[in-house]
Design a protein around this ligand. Sequence first.
Ligand SMILES: [Zn+2]
Ligand SMILES: [Zn+2]
Length: 305
Amino acid sequence: MAERSAIDLHAHSSASDGALSPRDLVDFATGRGLKVLALTDHDCLDGIAEASAAAAGRLQLVPGIELSTMWRNFQIHVVGLFIDCQNPKLLAHLKKQRIKREERAHQIAQMLERCGFEQAYERTKAQAQPGACLTRGNYARFIASTGVCRSSDEAFNKYLKRGRPAYVKTQWGCIEEGVEVILAADGIPVLAHPRRYQMTNTKLRELIALFKSAGGTALEVASAQQRPADRQYLADLCQRFDLLASVGSDFHAAGTWRDPGLNLILPDKCQSLWQSERYADKFYVHEQRMSMVYADKDNAARQMI
Ligand SMILES: [Zn+2]
Ligand SMILES: [Zn+2]
């Protein structure tokens, strides 16, 4: 049986590349028993108001963002939690990011057309929410919908990630800038899914040292689909760099292992954001192990497909 955390601080809605509308995401997470959920769409705040309204009285909706940044040819994601969505510096930064993202969306489409996906931009746009800026996640879902790949994850790994035929190197701002913008908006900067960047341990330690010196606060220690050894390693790095620990499924759509709260239990040696002296007041829950064993076997089995 799967273990589920009642806190999940990284999830997407259709305001960026998630499959569910902000309202449906909140309904879905509430159904999974979550007590705290952060909405962290890619460089976009458009879903926060709808999600907050839907969450009222049911769960704590943390206003968040996931900023794309660049470090030595790696695209690094920095999550900002509890951000002030009206902050002018943040809004100006997001405007810049949107222009870059739109350019990238067209470049990716051109490369996908070379791989045989005709009208990739138009067809992906038609699947996305009106006004949403296309991300690699949108393209991954489009590719999967053509039947060429079995899932979005497979499509991402085959076509869109670094080293693959439709990978586009985008000149996002540097990590320091991303952290600075989040801090300016009173947010908590969290290094997202640190094990997903396909870098050596030495590079990862350099990245974390830079993140920390820029003012970074926490590492996303518990991610979905993570090897236990990786989670322990990240917990060790938290201690070594004096960083707090966060958890995030990076949920995009139902039916995968990245499900709200699923398998996001932190190792005991970590200090979680919600237990820390500095940030505990922001959270409605304070126990380290906000977990529950998921007893609905039918549902649990479905998630394993
Ligand atoms: Zn990410
Ligand atoms: Zn994400």
